[in-house]
Design a protein around this ligand. Structure first.
Ligand code: NAD
Length: 345
């Protein structure tokens, strides 16, 4: 019957990946037909942004160096002032820089070239989240996805260990949730399994040797696949908790993902046999223990209490989730979610 028919859509995107890929950004801009570039760069990406600016030469119209998490509209307004006269936006940095470029593209229709320096995956998605007066709104449109993405693992060699771990766990969460998503397809299953295996394999190696080029390249390519999973499937309880808690208490994106994942896996996997089997293939018989160990070794906050979340607010958070749940293999009953949150606390 029709309920057995799988639908898989693919976004048009051109991806360059490999050491030195960021040297080709100016050529990629030319390929879009653009002549005047707004360069958006995270402060952490000043070095690569300088090199890209140098390669663009007179085609650099303006540079904006202060992207902020969750794309505040006031920051976008300042970038828009800088963008006057530009016909293309290049973003170098993590999800914050890439989000700002999406916001500029949403207002101007400019083509985007994204050069990610974390594993957050925004460059693969047609989604833009923006905040105004503390309220986050999200829009989705194929035109928001960057047409060109340039992954250069050299830009990640200096990433601090804390961000490396938490950002990789953020990517792992995309793969894990894709495995139990209601709209998973053979394509997303394959990508998610490969992504999870690649992250679990490469992350310990990268943490042991943060500037090792081979490990960094493998971790970045696995995060790319995880980003495609994020773009193509509906996320469940893990992302809902990240959104509800992150929004209510202004928590750090990647650290929150790191804290949540093993708890949500323990909650969901008994109700998700196919996802469990795929994870067991890449993580061994106890995937929850593997992920929990990676989270526990983080040298930063590993509990909600350490982030300043008041314990007495947790039941309210659980009720919010249960009242309007994201699709999830195990229905998130308020009491059970409150218990999960208390364990994270
Ligand atoms: P981020 O971009 O805010 O970066 C975190 C910090 O790390 C920043 O200070 C940044 O300058 C620094 N940094 C980035 N790369 C670095 C590197 N290689 N070395 C050293 N420092 C580096 O954080 P993020 O986790 O990449 O992205 C989170 C943001 O992206 C959130 O606002 C989130 O909502 C958004 N996001 C959106 C989507 C989407 O599909 N729309 C997907 C994922 C994330």
């Amino acid at each position: 019957g029709a309920d057995e028919v799988v639908v898989h859509e693919t976004l048009p995107s051109r991806v360059l990946i490999g050491p030195g890929a960021s040297d080709l950004v100016a050529d990629e801009v030319a390929r879009t037909g653009a002549a005047r570039v707004l360069l958006v760069a995270a402060p952490s990406a000043a070095g690569p942004a300088d090199r890209i600016a140098g390669a663009l030469g007179a085609r650099l119209a303006a540079r904006f160096d202060r992207p902020a998490p969750h794309t505040p509209v006031a920051v976008t307004a300042r970038a828009m002032e800088a963008a006057v006269g530009a016909d293309c936006v290049v973003a170098v940095g993590g999800g914050s820089a890439i989000g700002l470029a999406k916001a500029v593209a949403a207002r101007t229709g400019m083509p985007q070239v994204a050069v990610p320096t974390t594993y957050a995956g925004s460059e693969m998605t047609p989604v833009l989240g923006e905040t105004e007066d503390g309220v986050k709104t999200t829009r989705r449109s194929p035109s928001l996805a960057p047409g060109t993405v340039v992954y250069d693992p050299r830009l990640t060699l200096g990433m601090p260990s804390g961000l490396t771990r938490t950002s990789a766990m953020n990517a792992l969460a995309h793969a894990v949730e894709a495995l139990w998503a209601p709209d998973a397809t053979m394509v997303t299953d394959a990508l998610a399994t490969e992504a999870a295996g690649g992250i679990l394999d490469a992350l310990p190696e990268v943490l042991a040797d943060p500037a090792g080029p081979a490990g960094r390249a493998r971790l970045q390519s696995a995060a790319w696949l995880a980003g495609i999973c994020l773009a193509r499937t509906r996320m469940g309880l893990h992302h809902q908790l990240a959104h509800v808690l992150g929004g209510a208490f202004g928590l750090p994106h990647a650290e929150l993902h790191t804290m949540l994942l093993a708890h949500v896996m323990a909650f969901n996997l008994p109700s998700a046999p196919a996802a469990s089997a795929r994870l067991a293939r890449v993580a061994g018989p106890d995937p929850v223990a593997v992920v929990a160990a990676l989270a526990r070794e983080h040298r930063g906050p590993t509990r909600l209490s350490a982030l300043g979340v008041p314990r007495e607010r947790l039941p309210e958070m659980a009720r919010r989730v249960a009242a309007d749940p994201y699709p999830n293999p195990r229905p998130p009953d308020a009491d059970a979610v409150a218990e999960l949150l208390d364990a994270m606390w």
